[in-house]
Ligand binder design. Structure first.
Ligand code: TYM
Length: 339
């Protein structure tokens, strides 16, 4: 039986933020628990993507910790859940090279993440430029349909779709094309993609690379410190609670966080708070939810051993190499690299 594949990955350059967690990890855990009876759930560490940036701490340790996060967040393990490291499945780099011969400089130049990461720099690595092609390889190798990621990654999904379609047109049906971003969002049961905002400057996304500690909540923050950050989040002077990311991004961000962390539909959270005038009440509610969540999460995390993750990686990497090598073989044949 051919099950669809749901696939995601998170880089491990430092500890994760609440943005990573709510934007991609929690949606993946919920989808996995809902669909793992009849889907493959591929959760991998894009460690080759991590090395485009500085790594804080030790890569192997970060990697194990990041996989523990899924279990601490409630992921139920079954034989359809596969954990693996990108660097342990060499077909990713091989397909990336082949797709480099299908992608154009123009389309990579248009990638927002590349523009952001290269802005104002004299010298930028080829790895940063080529990042989305490796990401396309990560997805196409497994014929993945759904890719739970934050909204900032939707442009890369669109590029993946384009490269897959171009390949199929030139060489015959080879890849399953992932769902388009609006259907990805629908599958994740969110209106649009998720973008958790910077607590101090809600025009921007919450990012681990922002040096300001009060701008972001890290999963290693103490529950009390995290609650304080919510209490001091920037809001606005409108004086009325409404969900309006354009005019009231700080308040809307708090509503979004409350919905995801409490697992309530956003519309329900909006109806509860709409029209209220005391921003402090909303902040207190969200601060309490974040605090309770971090207490539970951190206590679950302590109970997971490194060995548990290493065992999952061992079986996951056997599976991943088998599937990826099979697809790579087809691609090599299409290019005349193999008979
Ligand atoms: P990374 O590690 O930069 O981000 C991991 C995930 O976190 C999401 N994210 C956010 N979501 C909502 N609000 C935020 N403030 C926020 N900040 C980060 C990102 O959208 C992402 O989903 N390129 C991927 C890693 C990757 C990958 C893949 C993902 C490599 N190959 C193949 C899926 C499939 C990334 O952004 O990682």
């Amino acid at each position: 039986m051919n099950y669809p594949t749901i696939l995601t990955g998170m880089r491990v350059n430092s500890v994760m933020t609440l943005g990573n967690f709510l934007g991609a990890l929690i949606p993946m855990v919920r989808l996995a628990n809902q669909h793992s009876q009849a889907s493959h759930i591929n959760i991998f560490v894009p460690d080759l993507h991590s090395i485009i940036d500085r790594v804080d701490g030790e890569l192997q340790q970060n990697l194990i910790k990041s996989l523990k996060y899924y279990l601490a967040a409630g992921l139920k393990i079954s034989s359809n859940v596969h954990f693996y490291r990108q660097s342990r499945v060499p077909a990713h780099s091989e397909l990336c090279w082949i797709l480099n011969c299908v992608a154009t400089m123009g389309e990579l130049n248009r990638m927002t993440q590349y523009k952001d990461k290269s802005e104002g720099k004299d010298s930028v690595s080829v790895g940063i430029f080529d990042y989305p092609v490796l990401m396309a390889a990560d997805i196409l190798l497994y014929d993945a349909t759904y890719i739970p990621v934050g909204e900032d990654q939707f442009q890369h999904i669109e590029l993946t779709r384009r490269l897959g379609q171009r390949f199929n047109q030139r060489f015959g049906e080879t890849f399953v094309i992932p769902a388009e971003p609006k259907d990805q969002a629908k599958f994740m049961q969110v209106d649009n993609g998720i973008r958790i905002r910077d607590l101090q400057n809600p025009e921007k996304k919450m990012s681990k690379s922002n040096p300001s500690r009060s701008s972001k909540i890290m999963l290693t923050d103490t529950p009390e410190a995290a609650a304080k950050k919510i209490m001091s989040a920037t809001t606005d002077s409108v004086g009325k609670i409404q969900y309006d990311m354009f005019n009231q991004p700080g308040i809307s961000n708090l509503l979004q966080i409350e919905s995801l962390i409490s697992n309530l539909p956003l519309q329900d959270v909006i109806s509860t708070w709409s029209g209220e005038t005391h921003y402090g009440d909303l902040k207190q509610k969200v601060a309490a939810s974040v605090k309770t969540f971090l207490e539970d999460f951190q206590s679950h995390l302590e109970q997971i051993s490194d060995q548990e993750i290493l065992d999952l990686l061992e079986t996951g990497e056997t599976y991943a190499n088998e599937v990826a090598n099979h697809k790579l073989h087809q691609v090599q044949q299409a290019f005349g690299l193999r008979d």
